[in-house]
Design a protein around this ligand. Sequence first.
Ligand code: 8YV
Length: 313
Amino acid sequence: MSRTLAVGTYSEEADAALSETFDPVRLAAIADLASLDETTRAGIEAVAYKGGGKPFGPAEMDLLPKLGLIANFGVGYDAIDTGAAQERGIAVTNTPDVLNDDVADFAIALWLMQRRGTDMAGRWLRDGRWASEGPPPLAHTASGGRAGVLGLGRIGHEIADRLAAFKMDVHYYARSEKETPGWTFHPDPVDLAASVDVLFVALKGSPETAGFVTREMIEAVGPGGCLVNIARGNTVDEEALIAALQDGRLGGAGLDVFVGEPEVDPRLMALPNAVLQPHHATSTHECRAAMGRVQRDNIRAFLDGRPLPTRVA
Ligand code: 8YV
């Protein structure tokens, strides 16, 4: 009987490695947990969780009486109720660090795509308009302005490092001031938003950061500014974001995450000033393979009774 349950759809490589290492029971979605028979569920000690944002809460935990580990595939574990896990003595691990470069690269790409109009210009070419109408409308310079990073954790720091190479004046908000190479700390996030041309949201997803980016902050970025979100959809007040993009109180946005994803608000889809991506920042063979390795290392350590490499709760 398998001691491990793998939830979610993995890449071919990660899937094969999971099979080889643990031969887990499989489930496409945590919502289907009750469909497993009681004996199978009673044997599960560790879950490899790739939940697509779907909640793993007390009801799910109680269906797995022997559960001791939820090994999340992803650095953000906001879908897992860590309080309920703690009450039940269930450890939670994530996959930090190995995705920092890919997510930071992607944040920069969203910013460049928005400022340089690459989405629009690409469509212009494919629609045959270059040949029939001439070049597309002009876009905007990206390099050399002022950039703000909201949340200077591992990913935020990587974004800031890249921004410095784009000759940006780097500003940031964090819970406390960090040792940084000449970057400006703003203890007030609205003040940060008002001081920059582009604001990168790199906060950790959690109940505390839900709605952190308020209407006031969005408006402080302003008509000439751009907001990039690679954190979680609910970190930003999406209603306020859509309204501000619609009437030009915010110049543009580059978004990889959405409230209610994979459904995306049709009002966002209709906006020419928003670059939209399907939560794609870690979607490379290399990054997913590395995330899979960290997830499996945690499960292996747990099953062997060793300390967990990347425990979060
Ligand atoms: C997803 C992410 O987890 O790591 C995170 O927190 O948001 C992403 O990497 C990934 O898409 C796996 O579902």
